[in-house]
Write a protein that binds this ligand. Structure first.
Ligand code: NAP
Length: 338
């Protein structure tokens, strides 16, 4: 059995356990780096495995002709990483010190780990409205989702009335995408104008299947096993109303999981990790790499996360093989990125 106890010095520590983290682990393990993955302790809004753990059927991950459930896909990836010697700790990393070398990481339960290279793969959380029935039905597959591309094509949503909450590009994109399947799409937005780019907003407004409930917020999600409707409140008049819907897609943005990094790594103004070399996974700190949704505010797909996970492991392996760690210790300039 694999010994998951952190060693005195780890070659590579991977933080996060979505498609990016497990793919990085498979590659790093096959390169005999014996990676240690901190898969996360789990909380009310996130569990080990990441956002796919909240997805029902995944139909767009290549290799699964009939589709696969999000949790199953993540369990398979985890097992594949373990098969090659990945060691796993079911804890969060709460704090990092990248000023020191080897890097120092502290877990939520007080474990201290030193690492020659670190791969950040902590992903992002979809923002939710924050209503109790919203969360319950999202977790039970009861017709509430924060990912139209993941769930929109499911049979349960065919020829139905679907609501999209939000007024940004994501909401426009989701609404337009959902018209492929839905009878009608109702965008619910809290103001009287969209934040979305003009082209996206115009496209949505021109679509015959889309209508907008302006100046409205959702105050309650209705339904026991599946969603049946929404209770709305007018943000101008305060008037309450009800809307019958068969699906709710929340598109009010994502929050990258970077709070634990403090100011140790350069972040973009929107909080995502900034990449320091185009088409590589290098961060502002030599020896620290990032992959998946924590650095991707654009594609945000499981398959693109897995792709960058592979890249991060290869970048880390090459960095170590080409003397990155020695350069750190000697204080010499970092080896050139090939
Ligand atoms: P966003 O631009 O931050 O928009 C979030 C929307 O949700 C806003 O309209 C906001 O309302 C609303 N909202 C936020 N919190 C809410 C709450 N608690 N209740 C109700 N409504 C709430 O996020 P995004 O649409 O995900 O876009 C993120 C970035 O990705 C943007 O830069 C966007 O341009 C980009 N993106 C681009 C594309 C594309 O080009 N194809 C597609 C998707 C995303 P307010 O407007 O009132 O603040």
């Amino acid at each position: 059995m694999t010994d998951n106890t952190p060693r005195e010095l780890e070659h590579v520590v991977i933080i996060g356990s979505g498609p990016a983290g497990w793919t990085a682990a498979v590659y790093a393990a096959r390169a005999q780096l014996e990676p240690l993955v901190f898969e996360g302790a789990g909380s009310r809004t996130m569990i080990p495995g990441g956002q796919l753990m909240f997805t029902t059927e995944v139909e767009n991950y290549p290799g699964f002709k009939e589709g696969i459930t999000g949790p199953e896909l993540m369990m398979e990836m985890r097992a594949q990483a373990q098969r090659f010697g990945t060691r796993i700790v079911t804890e969060d990393i709460a704090e990092v010190d990248f000023q020191q070398y080897p890097f120092v990481l502290k877990s939520s339960r007080g474990k201290e780990v030193r690492a020659e290279a670190v791969i950040l793969a902590t992903g992002a959380n979809a923002k939710w409205i924050g209503l109790p029935n919203e969360e319950r039905l999202a977790q039970s597959g009861g017709g509430v989702s924060a990912c139209a591309v993941c769930d929109g094509a499911l049979p349960a949503f065919r020829n139905k009335v679907l609501a999209v909450v939000g007024g940004g590009d994501s909401a426009m994109e989701d609404a337009i995408y959902l018209t492929k399947f839905a009878k009608e799409v109702v965008i619910i937005h809290r103001r009287d104008e969209f934040r979305a780019s003009r082209i996206m907003a115009e496209r949505a407004l021109a679509d015959e299947k889309i209508r907008v409930e302006w100046n409205k917020v959702v105050t309650e999600v209705l339904g026991d096993d599946v969603i049946t409707g929404l209770r709305l409140q007018d943000t101008v008049t305060g008037a309450a109303s009800e809307l019958s819907v068969d699906g709710l897609f929340v598109a009010i943005g994502h929050q990258p999981n970077t709070a634990f990094l403090g100011d140790q790594v350069a972040l973009k103004p929107n909080g995502y990790v900034e990449m320091s070399v185009p088409w590589r996974t290098n961060t502002s700190v030599p020896g620290v790499f990032a992959c998946g949704d924590v650095m991707d505010d654009y594609y945000k797909q499981a398959i693109s996360a897995a792709g960058t996970g592979c890249m991060a492991a290869l970048d880390a392996e090459r960095w170590l093989a080409h003397g990155g760690a020695e350069a750190h210790v000697s204080g010499k300039e970092e080896v050139a990125v090939r």
